[in-house]
Design a protein around this ligand. Sequence first.
Ligand code: NAD
Length: 390
Amino acid sequence: MAERSYDFLMPSVNFFGPGVISKIGDRAKMLGMKKPVIVTGKLLEGLKDGAVKQTLDSLKAAGVDYVVYDNVEPNPKIRNIKEVKKLYEESGADSIITVGGGSAHDTGKGAGIILTNGDDITKLAGIETLDKALPPLIAVNTTAGTGSELTRHAVITNEETHLKFVVVSWRNIPLVSFNDPTLMLDVPKGVTAATGMDAFVQAVEPYVSVDHNPITDSQCVEAIKLIETSLREAVANGHNLDARTKMVEAEMLAGMAFNNANLGYVHAMAHQLGGQYDAPHGVCCALLLPYVEEYNIIACPDRFAQLAEIMGENTEGLSTRDAAELAIKAMKQLSEDVGIPHSIKEIGAKPEDFELMAENALKDGNAFSNPRKGTKEDIIKIFQAAYDAE
Ligand code: NAD
């Protein structure tokens, strides 16, 4: 347990529930936004009556002008944030509204960072590196999810080096977040599974992180319970509003938890897979989770035994170690049930890349809170185990 002295960070206003998106125009006006850049992707922009359409309708009704950037890519690249910056400056915009999943939010945050903190974002990778405030930022979330609409993290990929890096700063936290589950009814099955597993990993890693505290623990426990009882249903029937609603609550809880208790080697290593092979982040996390946590068990077996119980496993009569192993088994089962592949081979991973990826994983901002302190060789072995999985 970390020392009992910590900051607890999250956006100051968070709208949650079916239909809340209609309030965005008034809220933008209240914040003094005159011309936000809407940062989104083409797919979302094309959805009939989807999140983008509803956001723009609400802004129009409130008399707020806007300009749209619709070229967000998955694992957002430096070129994306530079494009947003250019549009922002050329159009005379004064603020940013991101509409989408983690990729849209991080593109908006990344653009905000280079608008006020200097052009070379690679120099700002790390923790609390930002001197200046970003332009006012509202995040409309459409996946459940990364939690990026609430967090101080901006995850960007350098397309030249294939390195995915994180800028972690309280200045990145959006002023306002919107989580309207009706906007998630159209999320395809594969994206629901991947983003849901990301939320799950974001509840597991802070639970065993060296920085966990009683507030984040309670968020992790509730998030895991909600995911256990709703992710399979949301994947099986994307129009199940109750399952979608619970998944949004879970992703918000997990987002708040990791924003404050940090993550671990799953995310540090998943960033290498995402940067190197441009694979979906949630899939990378889910593929690595059981192998990282098997490695972590000896650092905090009691925490893993508790995780088994939180996931609804019967641990009665088991030793702590056996109960901890049951948690790993339950994690694999959840992945299996929602259709995540088994091996990192399936996203194009190659053993010859493991050494460099292991070196970079140990430098990733998420590595420092992992409960067990590993060597490069340990990380290579974990990549290998996730590769050999059948
Ligand atoms: P994403 O934003 O890349 O979206 C995945 C796909 O789903 C895209 O094709 C998108 O167009 C589509 N989509 C999104 N919402 C939809 C909707 N409502 N209906 C239909 N399609 C929809 O995926 P993500 O998992 O949300 O974000 C992943 C990114 O976030 C990664 O780069 C990851 O590293 C980063 N991340 C950031 C944080 C943070 O705190 N900043 C935390 C975790 C992950």
